[in-house]
Design a protein around this ligand. Structure first.
Ligand code: PLP
Length: 377
């Protein structure tokens, strides 16, 4: 295949697998190919790999190994949290800014009558959750409620104070699930400090493989199976374990947590450098002050009169991979930008990883200036 030299600023969509992660995974696709349920040597080796990975993940996240269920990624984890923890739940409270795997799942549960009430908490122009409105919804609710709110928005990087949300949920005896797909592996999250009952993560957002995720389920939570079959993952998620993927998840998380202090300031410097240049180009930042959001995501709105709607394609042709929002809604308008009333601008999401450098931002700026009218004369 032809290799092309491109600059990748779409790490919120997916990331490159780290070479150390790939190296840790490869033996489980080669000579260590046993089925973790088999009783003989190869099977036992696979089982050891799965359970060692579970212990590693649990230790890194400050929880017990039996609180981690391995899944096929963030979408499945979110589905499991909403569909399987709800046998006594009659209401879901969420926001209109969630990932489609939460939005469409909660809508489906309401449409099929599995829950009788679906409520959306108010958010402001920058996408901040209105905690007073959440408290009002919880106080007025006559239902057994599950609150599902994401930690960092995947389009804007806006962070939600999930500690405050969790405390409100505890006060009103509601369950709390947080989609932490854009923060686990990015921030040093310790689940023992956070009042969350369930949390989702996905390996491919932090240099692990695609198709592997976890759902953290706090001990004592009663769950129904997501996939019935051979009783894998404590009967919650049947199917032969993706041993290589699970090993890759644990290795990627281990590297991310160990490198956080070193890599976070470097990545933040890249984001700040770009934000400064974009401010000078009269951009609006979707999601509020970039200094307050996730250090890996910057969403800029370019005034429509200064550029064509093909800004994204122009950048693609110039060798830069950026997106207009979530990869899951590619081709459709963004529900997040619609909610934030940001449709009067051409919105581009830039998202960063440890493999980006300030030199790449320096190359991006002239390409942007060429694509944006008022700078191209
Ligand atoms: N939740 C958020 C916030 C995401 O950004 C994504 C992926 O884009 C998902 C869930 C879905 O994760 P996966 O791609 O592993 O299914």
């Amino acid at each position: 295949m032809k290799t092309i030299s491109r600059i990748y600023f779409d790490n919120a969509a997916t990331t490159r697998v780290a070479p150390e992660v790939l190296a840790a995974m490869l033996p489980y696709m080669d000579n260590m190919y046993g089925n973790a349920s088999s009783m003989y040597e190869e099977g036992r080796m696979a089982r050891v790999a799965v359970e060692t990975s579970r212990r590693t993940v649990a230790k890194l996240l400050g929880c017990n190994p039996n609180e981690i269920v391995f899944t096929s990624g963030g979408t499945e984890s979110n589905n499991m949290a909403l569909r399987c923890g709800i046998h006594r739940i009659t209401q879901i409270i969420t926001s209109r800014l969630e990932h489609p795997s939460v939005l469409n799942t909660s809508r489906a549960l309401a449409q099929t009558g599995r829950i009788s009430q679906l409520s959306y908490v108010r958010t402001d122009r920058d996408g901040a959750i209105d905690l007073d409105d959440l408290e009002k919804l919880l106080r007025d609710s006559g239902h057994r409620t599950l609150v599902s709110l994401m930690h960092a928005n995947n389009e804007t990087g806006r962070l939600t104070n999930i500690k405050a949300v969790g405390e409100l949920c505890r006060k009103y005896l509601a369950y709390f699930h947080s989609d932490c797909v854009q923060t686990i592996g990015h921030l040093p999250i310790n689940l023992s400090d956070l009042p969350v009952d369930m949390a989702s993560a996905s390996a491919h957002k932090f240099h692990g493989p695609k198709g592997t995720g976890i759902l953290f389920i706090r001990e004592g939570e009663k769950m129904a199976p997501m996939i019935t079959g051979g009783g894998h993952e404590r009967g919650l998620r049947a199917g032969t374990e993706n041993v290589a993927g699970i090993v890759g998840f644990a290795k990627a998380l281990e590297i991310a947590m160990n490198e956080f202090e070193e890599e976070m300031p470097r990545i933040l410097q890249i984001k700040r450098m770009l934000a400064e240049k974009l401010s000078a180009m009269s951009c609006r930042f979707n999601g509020g002050d970039p200094a307050e959001g996730s250090y890996t995501i910057l969403n800029a709105g370019f005034p429509k009169e200064t550029c064509t709607s093909s800004l994204l394609l122009d950048l693609d042709q110039a060798g830069f991979s950026v997106s207009s929002g979530s990869a899951c809604s590619a081709g459709k308008g963004s529900h997040v930008m619609e909610e934030l009333n940001a449709e009067e601008t051409v919105n581009i999401r830039f998202s960063f990883s440890k493999y980006n450098s300030p030199a790449e931002v320096a190359l991006l700026i002239p390409a942007l200036e060429k694509a944006v009218f008022c700078y191209s004369q």
